[in-house]
Design a protein around this ligand. Structure first.
Ligand code: DCP
Ligand code: MG
Length: 370
């Protein structure tokens, strides 16, 4: 018997995000740290340190410590916490083990950051089968690495991502087809990925507190205030997101950005953050065996003015030094001295690392706005 042509199988997307990733890896390596507040990031130097928190254990979060907070503030919130510098090679190795394990399930797979990925479980055909697979995923990652993760399963990528965050740590949240809007409705708008504190405040200012408020808001007024972004935002609030799980081979660019806890014009803080973006991107690049030719730096000032500037090298390279120098150079040219809300770094014009090419560093300038 043929399939009912009117029956459309549900899209079933799984999103996985490791719990307090860097901190958990450290606690796995040194079990005596378990149960303690552990902060990974810059040296606190007895409260005088510069730089920021990369992440911290859930025990440290109980003291109010968060990613991207100045390390001096973390120190004053919990001076007896264990402060550790990041061990990027170790996190990169652990990340590869996790991603290999996820790929092994045989579904369409997309890594989105060092500790996050999507799987397209649609071939399973039902949310109950997907729930079973999600528990298997959690078990196999724990067996392979000793680490816990949180998983969301939903009919769309963005909803799966919000769902994976819903019951952290060690969570598993399934949002079935037709339930996305009602799952999202009571959550604060700040739970939508990409909505930072400032945007949340702006939305609160026009009476939008929950995602349900956003869904019910007049779409015309939203687009007047936020332009085309308002339209997308309204769709997200209803759980509408048709974007697909894309295998990484089609990777066009790698980007990372950090929103500062508080807008800052402190150069040393900015440079530390830019450097951590360089580390993150370079790790991905090496892991995926790509070379790049174009580097873009993005700065968002307070008040949402966003500027980007790109530089295209004469040759492909995978040199971290070149990436760091280019990023710093672009930043120097771009920065007008104002307080910065967000800084981003992207590499593009990627090619697989098999062609033997020299890593010359001659550069030409090029403006790009995105
Ligand atoms: N990271 C960072 N700087 C940030 C945010 C994150 O260096 N501002 C690094 C450290 C994190 C890792 O990326 O361990 C993954 O980021 P997540 O946002 O997933 O945060 P965690 O995994 O640490 O915690 P959670 O349990 O909330 O996912
Ligand atoms: Mg995480």
């Amino acid at each position: 018997m043929g399939q009912d042509p009117l029956r459309i199988s549900p899209r079933i997307i799984l999103h996985i995000d490791m719990d307090s990733f860097y901190a958990s890896v450290e606690m796995q390596k040194r079990p005596e740290l378990r149960g303690k507040p552990v902060v990974i990031g810059a040296d606190p130097k007895n409260g005088k340190g510069r730089g920021v928190v990369a992440t911290c254990s859930y025990e440290a979060r109980a003291f109010g410590i968060r990613s991207a907070m100045p390390i001096s503030q973390a120190f004053s919130l919990c001076p007896h916490a264990v402060f550790l510098p990041p061990d990027f090679p170790l996190y990169a190795r652990t990340s590869s083990e996790i991603m290999t394990c996820l790929r092994g399930f045989g579904f369409l797979f997309q890594q989105v950051s060092i500790d996050e990925a999507f799987l397209d479980l649609s071939p399973l055909g039902s949310f109950s089968a997907a729930y079973g697979l999600a528990t298997e995923v959690k078990t196999s990652i724990r067996t392979a690495t000793g680490l816990s993760c949180s998983v969301g399963v939903a009919p769309a990528k963005i909803v799966a991502k919000i769902a994976s965050d819903f019951q952290k740590p060690d969570g598993l949240t399934v949002v079935e087809e037709g339930q996305a809007a009602s799952f999202l409705a009571p959550l604060p708008v700040g739970k939508i990925p990409g909505i930072g504190k400032k945007s949340e405040q702006e939305l609160n200012g026009i009476g939008i507190r929950s995602i349900g408020d956003l869904a019910a808001y007049d779409i015309q007024r939203l687009t007047t205030i936020f332009g085309r972004g308002g339209f997308a935002l309204h769709g997200i609030a209803l759980g509408i997101d048709d974007s697909e799980v894309k295998e990484r081979d089609g990777m066009k660019s790698v980007s990372r950005e950090t929103t500062f806890e508080q807008d800052t014009d402190d150069l040393s803080t900015i440079v530390v953050v830019l450097d951590s973006l360089v580390e993150d991107i370079h790790r991905d690049l090496v892991g995926e065996e790509f070379r790049f030719r174009t580097v873009t730096v993005k700065i968002r000032y307070e008040g949402f003015v966003t500027k980007t500037r790109a530089k295209t090298l004469m040759h492909y390279t995978d040199s971290k030094r070149t990436l760091r120098n280019s990023a710093q150079e672009l930043f120097r040219v771009l920065w007008e001295g104002g307080r910065i809300r967000l800084i981003g770094l992207r590499i593009s014009s990627l090619e697989k690392n098999d062609a033997r090419q020299t890593t010359l560093d001659c550069s030409g300038w090029q403006d790009t706005f995105s």
